[in-house]
Design a protein around this ligand. Sequence first.
Ligand SMILES: [Zn+2]
Length: 355
Amino acid sequence: MEQVKKSPFLQEWLDGPLPSADSIGRISNLIEPNTVRQAIHAIYAQLRRNKTIIAPWHGLLALVVDGHESHASYRRCCEGCLQREIRTEKGPRTQYYHRNVSAMLLGRDFEIFLDSEPQRPSEDEVATAIRLLDRLLSAYPRAFDLVLADALYTDPRFFSFLQSRGKDVLTVLKENQPGLLEEARTLSELTPVTSITEGREKIECWDLNGFNPWPQINKSLRVLHARETTTIKRQLDRKLEEQVSEWFWLTTLGSHQANSKAVVELGHNRWLIENHGFNEAVNEWEGDHVYKHQPTAILVFTLLCIVTYNLFHAFWARNLKAALKAKVTMRHVARCILQELYAGLNRPLHLPQPP
Ligand SMILES: [Zn+2]
């Protein structure tokens, strides 16, 4: 920013001078984060008005929530830092880090982030997620029907909170709930299997009902056990090889809302927040960079990254023609935008003259 600050193009575009990088860092720590959240909401509301957010599966709009650790340091800390002991060669050391829980809305063809909430030093990730969802349910009451999350969220607090607010839940069931997992395995052996075949993939499903693991939940839960077999051709010797993976999902969704196949699809779409969301935010948008190590500034930069991510994805999904998108990558489109910006910044371009 310091390098391009004096550009007349930027002055004209912003209708005033660009503040210094220092000022932007300092001011970011003074901004009320909810004002940036309102900007995210305004983009969502416009997309919704334009009917661009369409439920992809069986009329269900899903929200994924997940935690993401942005950075860790042994040296720098602030009052918003979480801390843990790390064993090193020189003995145990205190490491400081920040973790946010973010929410991503899954529409047909594209996903947008709706919000992010920092985990506080005194709480666990589930408590942060509940605070995030409480705010989202007020700001976006009808934006989603169910919440998808990983095994960490297979927790009575999470299920009872969402049930009390009239939303469905689907989480991964793993060894962190050993009793429930064992019960599901046993019941699978007594239940007939149904098979779904799609291309090279075969899914064997055991759709199990009547689970009451926690007294806080006054509704029987459903477990879907799936064994997925994919046939792949090995690159080395071109031989066919079978890959098998096994999944258990715990959900409040009844079979009238989502059949076995829909539950499997929804369950796998949980990864979109990691594979598309966090991965792209970090690697393409510098989402984890700490521009200013102060808790509000870190949150404000995360929320600004969400604004950028959503605008770019809305542009890609809705403004570009399918024929163009088949030929170019997202990164190419981003570079074209950057090129236009730089061309404006450097009018006329001062290129070194050949000797
Ligand atoms: Zn910190």
